[in-house]
Ligand binder design. Structure first.
Ligand code: HEC
Length: 104
């Protein structure tokens, strides 16, 4: 019984994910960060964050070792800041964020 409930939960997450443009593979890492974090954080070099005490993500995420970045994005950066809900990234999304951060 419990397993079928879990399966339903997984399926509904997958269906919701497929329907949401935010997880489409065409989204670049920059757009993902802008959509999910840009309300508070600047996401490109040399830009000031909209929220005064939020660090520039271009600087801070690029300073993370690759393993840590991957872990943090997968686990939900939200756990770091009390003011926001937990935001988790799929492995494709993490790859595109890593691509973005490696470029420019
Ligand atoms: C509602 C506003 C808000 C949103 C949305 C938000 N952040 Fe933050 N974030 C903050 C604030 C404020 C701080 C600095 C204060 C703190 O660390 O509690 C911060 C700090 C951070 C830090 C530094 C933590 C540290 O250990 O120094 C990282 C990394 C981070 N955010 C990543 C993200 C990522 C990635 C996203 C999007 C997935 C995101 N944040 C979305 C407000 C936000």
């Amino acid at each position: 019984m419990r397993n079928s409930v879990d399966l339903l939960a997984v399926l509904s997450v997958l269906i919701a994910g497929a329907a949401s443009p935010a997880v489409s593979a065409e989204h670049s890492g920059k757009v993902l960060l802008e959509e999910r974090c840009g309300r508070c954080h600047a996401v490109s070099a040399g830009v000031k964050s909209p929220l005064g005490n939020a660090p520039n993500l271009w600087d801070i995420l690029r300073s993370y070792p690759p393993d840590q970045l991957e872990f943090e994005l997968a686990e939900g950066m939200g756990s770091k800041h009390r003011e926001m809900p937990q935001i988790q990234f799929t492995s494709e999304e993490i790859a595109s964020v890593q691509n973005y951060l490696a470029g420019e």
